[in-house]
Design a protein around this ligand. Structure first.
Ligand code: FAD
Length: 393
């Protein structure tokens, strides 16, 4: 019988890819790592805004997860996670049946619930998964004038900058196409200012960017219902008309996580912010599925972003490696604490990007740096994409 410590990583997105890869790098044949994802590929969402404009092809933003089997000896299972038994330490999947673990890293991201808003699925486009981004690309290409409504249906949602990026990139796209004067933009959101997690100074800078491009901003509006050509809001007063609609879908925690009782009143898995441990021994949660309170922050919870999923996965892999073998492998000899640092690009078109960097758990307030749009930040976003498409595979 195999006596190796068994680690199961649920989800082969940003957090799961980093956690499983780093664990294998550190402990190699000392442990068995199973990585389970319903998709056969790792898809890179930060490139979807480029995909939507035809600046990337599908195959440029996807990698075959099975490469990890050959390269890193990770046991990659293309399977659906049905349930998690937190007491019995096992996971039930569609094809693989019940799989037991010593340690579990949950990196299942979010599930979308468009059905909770009448008319959403029929009328709204988005780029919150690869196939939807490709569908939106077709709509963008054929659109030849009218009102484009761009908005956020509910908070929290992942990558707080992404919908703003969509608006600014579309403005640039239609300017280059020579039809910008035939198009009006309306941006709606339940938020009071753009990207509230980074504070009002940065929010106001984003607002200025929108204004400078003629994009009308409608804050504090929560979508109630979408009909053909019109969006209705919970205030019962405002109605926005559209010819093309982009809307971020509502997010919820994935079903197996909810069914396992891992979520709480936040709707997500509350973790220890330093170690990413859940309330169950040996079970960790990283990335979008996790919820981290920010009592000193501008918003009550840490936003959902890949950069956090990555940093958290590094800490979990390091600490698990030490716990499992008494050493961390490589230079890591000590347990680490996650410190809430992160950075994000805001593509604005014209080959430029703005850049925000911050210590989101700093006291008494998050420490945030904002860099105005420039070509250098755009080049760094391209390098960020290259890193994710090559480093782990
Ligand atoms: C348009 C867009 C732009 C973005 N830009 C940025 C950016 O510039 N910078 C940044 O930091 N972040 C960005 N993000 C956010 C970033 O992509 C996410 O925060 C990040 O992917 C979260 O990582 P994760 O590992 O928690 O979840 P994910 O990467 O979403 O991975 C979850 C995985 O779990 C799998 N899964 C879920 N349920 C099951 C199940 N039941 N069975 C089997 N498999 C399952 C999914 O298939 C998926 O592969 C962007 C997101 C979008 C949509």
């Amino acid at each position: 019988m195999d006596s190796k410590t068994k680690v199961i990583v649920l989800g082969g997105g940003i957090g799961g890819l980093a956690a499983s890869g780093l664990l294998k790098d550190k402990l190699k044949q000392e442990i068995s790592v199973q990585l389970i994802d319903r998709k056969k590929t790792f898809d890179f969402p930060p490139s979807y805004p480029w995909l939507m404009l035809g600046m990337r092809k599908k195959e440029q933003v996807q990698k075959d997860l099975d490469i990890l089997r050959k390269k890193k000896k990770i046991e990659v299972l293309n399977d659906e996670v049905l349930s998690i038994d937190v007491e019995g330490k096992s996971v039930l999947t569609t094809s693989g049946g019940r799989l037991s673990f010593d340690y579990l890293v949950i990196a299942l991201g979010v599930e979308y619930s468009p059905e909770t808003i009448p008319g959403f699925s029929e009328h709204a486009h988005h780029i919150y998964d690869l196939e939807s981004a490709l569908k939106f690309k077709e709509a963008v290409e054929t659109f030849d004038g009218g009102t484009i409504a761009i908005g956020i249906s509910r908070t929290p949602f992942k990558c707080p900058a992404a919908p703003y990026e969509v608006a600014l990139l579309l403005d640039d796209y239609y300017s280059k196409k020579g039809i910008r004067d035939k198009i009006k933009f309306a941006f709606f959101t339940p938020e009071a200012i753009p990207v509230p997690a980074v504070g009002p100074d940065v929010g106001n800078k984003v607002l200025e960017l929108l204004k400078s491009r003629g994009i009308n901003y409608h804050p504090k509006l929560k979508v109630k219902e979408i009909k053909s050509g019109e969006i209705f809001f919970e205030d019962g007063v405002e109605v926005i008309s559209y010819d093309l609609l982009f809307c971020v879908p509502p997010h919820v925690a994935p079903e197996p996580v909810r069914k396992a009782g891992l979520t709480d009143e936040t709707g997500w898995i509350t973790v220890n912010p330093s170690t990413l441990e859940t309330k169950h021994d040996g079970i960790y949660a990283v990335g979008d599925v996790a919820s981290i309170k920010t009592p000193d922050g501008y918003v009550p919870f840490l936003p959902k972003a890949g950069v956090f999923a990555h940093g958290q996965a590094e800490v979990v892999a390091n600490n698990l490696a030490i716990e499992i073998s008494g050493r961390g492998g490589g230079k890591a000899k000590q347990k680490k604490e996650w410190n809430g640092q992160g950075a994000c690009f805001l593509e604005v078109g014209k080959g430029q990007s703005a850049f925000v960097k911050g210590k989101f758990l700093a006291k008494p307030k998050p420490e945030i740096e904002f860099h105005m749009p420039g070509k250098v930040w755009h080049m760094q976003k391209v390098a960020f994409e290259k890193y994710w498409m090559h480093h782990w595979f």
